[in-house]
Design a protein around this ligand. Structure first.
Ligand code: ZN
Ligand code: ZN
Length: 313
C-alpha cells in the first residue's frame, strides 16, 4: 500500500503519525539549531512526557473514532457537503479566511469557558498538566476537549458548503498549528511581532506562555481576542524578543558536531553570557504564579479555581 492510500485509509490518525515521524527526523537532524530556539530550556520532564503519551493515545483513539463517525454520518445524510468543482483562488481564500477567523473565535471563547470550574477539572486540566509543552502535548487532551475543538470542522462544513480544495488547506492548518504552538521551540523570525501583518498570528512562545502562566494568551490562531479582552500576557513580546536574541547569539545553527566543536572552542565564558542574556524571569519552575497578573477578566471574573489549578501541579 502506498503512503497516499495509507493516509486515505487511516485519516485523520495517519496525518498525526506522519507529522510526528517527519518532525522527529527533523529534530534529530538539527538538534543544535533547535536547542538554540528552545522556549523553556529546562522545562522537559520525563514523567509528564510519559503521561502525555498515555493521554494522547487514549485521546486520539477515542476522539478520532468519534469525529470520523460524526463526519461519516453527516456526509451520508447530506448535512455535510462540499463543492467539488474547481474554484477561483479568491473563493478558496475567502472560504479559508472564514474558517480561520470563525475557528479562532470558537477556540478562544470555548477555551476560556473551559478554564472555569467545573469544566476545568472535568475537561481541560489534563492538557494543562504540561507546563512546558512538547509535540506530544498537542494530543495530550481530554477526548471531550478534542471533540469541542475538533467538532468545529464538521459543524463548519455542515453550516457552510465550501469547496473540497479549501479543505486541503484547512486540515493541514489544524495539524501544523497544533504541533507548532506546542513544539516548545520558537522558529518564527525576530520581526514577527513587530510587523503589523504578522503580529496578529500567535507564535509557539505565545501558547507556551499559556501553559506556563495559565491565565493569559487563550487564542488558538490569532492574538485578536486576547487583545480585545485584555488577556494577552504583558511580557509576551519582550519574552519573544529575548528568545530570538538568544537564538541569534548562539552559533548552534551549524550541524550538531560543528556546533559542539564551536561550543568547546568558545569555552565557559559564553555559557555564562548566555544565561545572563536569556531571560529576566525564571523559567521552568512549572507554576502558574505569574506575579504580574493584574488585568481583570472582563467576562468571567477571576475564579477561585486558579490557585487550585496552580497547586495541583
Ligand atoms: Zn488552557
Ligand atoms: Zn496547549
Amino acid at each position: 500500500m502506498g503512503l497516499k492510500d495509507w493516509i486515505i485509509q487511516y485519516s485523520p490518525l495517519s496525518y498525526w503519525l506522519v507529522a510526528f515521524i517527519v518532525t522527529g527526523f527533523a529534530v534529530a537532524l538539527y538538534r543544535g539549531w533547535f536547542k538554540a530556539r528552545k522556549i523553556q530550556p529546562k522545562g522537559f520532564k520525563w514523567t509528564i512526557f510519559r503521561n502525555e503519551a498515555i493521554y494522547g493515545t487514549i485521546n486520539v483513539a477515542v476522539s478520532s473514532t468519534f469525529l470520523v463517525w460524526i463526519t461519516k454520518v453527516g456526509t451520508e445524510s447530506g448535512v455535510i457537503a462540499f463543492h467539488h468543482e474547481p474554484a477561483a483562488w479568491w473563493v478558496i481564500a475567502l472560504e479559508y479566511a472564514l474558517y480561520f477567523f470563525l475557528f479562532d473565535t470558537w477556540f478562544y471563547w470555548l477555551h476560556r469557558w473551559m478554564h472555569n470550574e467545573p469544566f476545568y477539572s472535568l475537561i481541560h486540566k489534563i492538557h494543562h498538566k504540561s507546563t512546558s509543552p512538547n509535540l506530544l502535548t498537542t494530543i495530550s487532551v481530554n477526548p471531550l476537549e478534542s471533540l469541542v475543538n475538533g467538532g468545529f470542522v464538521p459543524l463548519f462544513t455542515a453550516v457552510f458548503t465550501v469547496h473540497s480544495e479549501t479543505m486541503l488547506l484547512i486540515t493541514p492548518t489544524n495539524i501544523i498549528m497544533g504541533l507548532y504552538v506546542h513544539s516548545g521551540y520558537e522558529f518564527l523570525p525576530r520581526w514577527w511581532n513587530k510587523t503589523w501583518a504578522t503580529k496578529w498570528f500567535i507564535t509557539a512562545t505565545f501558547h507556551d506562555q499559556h501553559h506556563k502562566y495559565f491565565r493569559w494568551n487563550f487564542g488558538g490562531y490569532t492574538t485578536i481576542w486576547d487583545y480585545v479582552c485584555n488577556t494577552r500576557r504583558t511580557n509576551y513580546e519582550s519574552d519573544f524578543d529575548q528568545i530570538k536574541a538568544r537564538a541569534a547569539t548562539s552559533k548552534a545553527i551549524a550541524p550538531p558536531a560543528v556546533a559542539a566543536r564551536a561550543e568547546q572552542q568558545r569555552g565557559a565564558g559564553l555559557s555564562l553570557k548566555r544565561k545572563k542574556n536569556f531571560h529576566g524571569e525564571e523559567w521552568g519552575h512549572g507554576g502558574h504564579g505569574d506575579k504580574k497578573f493584574s488585568v481583570p477578566n472582563p467576562v468571567f471574573p477571576v475564579s477561585p479555581f486558579l490557585p487550585r489549578g496552580n497547586s495541583s501541579f
